[in-house]
Design a protein around this ligand. Structure first.
Ligand SMILES: N[C@@H](CCC(=O)N[C@@H](CS)C(=O)NCC(=O)O)C(=O)O
Length: 202
């Protein structure tokens, strides 16, 4: 049985998290590229919500992107993507929580709901996004990556969402000043892992 199989979708930011970890660790894996409008019967059977990413390790299903990435980091510790100190490990998870629970919902609203928002809602949304991006920018003013000089799961969990926002709205840079975040994204996307992560299937 193939050791690592990932049900994925190339442009899904959650799946990009997992493929980045697999590539950064230099692991061999195979990808099942899902059609999200018509998911495979295996994905529907093994994931309670029928979503990607879903990892099979020796046939054991693991889902939820940050559960998968932490699992891979523990199962394949040679290249470590988590700090050792408990407080720093908590900080990585706080970045993940911030991204999933606060940043992403605002990004989605900015990308998809903008035309239907009232002037007050737009103002409130822009203020929250600005505060979020300032938080990221000031963390990245101090070091190359969110937790210091080395890439960790904090960066890997957050960057696909910032990249998505940057690509989705061309006027983005007129709204927000994100010099350090842009340099950070460039550092991540110029790593050899990223080209392989975004390679077209087939
Ligand atoms: N919380 C999940 C979110 C995964 C997710 O939303 N995946 C999307 C693609 S980006 C999906 O599979 N959507 C299909 C659906 O909702 O049916 C994770 O972190 O893995």
């Amino acid at each position: 049985m193939n050791e690592l199989i990932l049900h994925s979708y190339r442009r899904c930011p959650f799946a990009i998290r997992v493929r980045t970890v697999l590539e950064e660790k230099g692991l061999k894996y195979s990808v099942i590229e899902e059609d999200l409008a018509n998911p495979s019967s295996e994905l529907l059977r093994l994931h309670p919500e029928g979503k990607v990413p879903l990892l099979l390790h020796h046939g054991h299903p693991i889902f939820e992107s940050s559960v998968i990435t932490e699992y891979l980091d523990e199962a394949f510790p040679e290249v470590s993507l988590m700090p050792r100190a408990p407080l720093e490990r908590a900080e990585v998870r706080l970045w993940t929580f911030w991204c999933n629970e606060l940043f992403k919902p605002d990004l989605d609203a900015y990308k998809y709901e903008w035309p239907g928002l009232s002037a007050d809602e737009r103002q409130a949304l822009l203020a929250r996004l600005k505060a979020s991006l300032e938080k990221l920018d000031s963390a990245l003013d101090k070091a190359a990556f969110l937790m210091g000089p080395q890439i960790t799961l904090a960066d890997i969990h957050v960057f696909p969402f910032y990249r998505q926002l940057q690509k989705a709205r061309p006027e983005f840079h007129e709204q927000f000043k994100t010099r350090h975040v842009d340099a950070w994204l460039g550092r991540i996307t110029s790593r050899p892992s990223f080209e392989r992560v975004m390679k077209k299937p087939g």
